[in-house]
Design a protein around this ligand. Structure first.
Ligand code: DQA
Length: 148
């Protein structure tokens, strides 16, 4: 494993509202709490973690393009863009970094339009349905992958 690894964590639209947004679906944890836990995990493993949320597709794409210059992997919850954004998919492909896709909710147990993801087939793996734990599981799986 290289000396120092970096992971770019990305959260898509509306995830800034976590804690108050449809808590029956997404739970009560805030994005700040999730980012805090990921930062602590990163510290524990000696991995640089940068977290970024945006409601704007272009801002997320800019971060993906930048990630190529410093990160070794991307952990992403693309939110609603999961199901719609060819541009986000293209950016992830261009970045050529291992990607893990995470979702708080079990998208497969929800409306049919959420069953399709434009990211899953280019991801190393997908974790969904475990609330904030999806992020932790995804992060740990990603580190395992980087170490292999
Ligand atoms: C989500 C699932 C998406 O379908 C939805 O649009 C979101 C959140 C999740 O984490 O469960 O914004 O990505």
């Amino acid at each position: 494993m290289p000396e120092s690894l970096g992971v770019q964590v990305l959260h898509g639209p509306n995830l800034n509202l976590l804690g108050t947004r449809e808590p029956e679906v997404y739970g009560f944890a805030t994005l700040e709490q999730i980012d805090h836990e990921l930062a602590a995990l990163g510290k524990e493993h000696g991995v640089e973690v940068q977290c970024f949320q945006s409601n704007h597709e272009g801002a997320l794409i800019d971060r993906i393009q930048e990630a190529r210059t410093w990160a070794d992997a991307i952990l992403i919850n693309p939110g609603g863009f999961t199901h719609t954004s060819v541009a986000l998919r293209d950016a992830l492909l261009a970045a050529d970094l291992p990607v893990v896709e995470v979702h708080l909710s079990n998208v497969h147990a929800r409306e049919e339009f959420r069953h399709r993801s434009l990211v899953s087939d280019i991801a190393v793996g997908v974790v969904c349905g475990f609330g904030p734990l999806s992020y932790r599981l995804g992060f740990e799986a990603l580190l395992g992958q980087l170490r292999d």
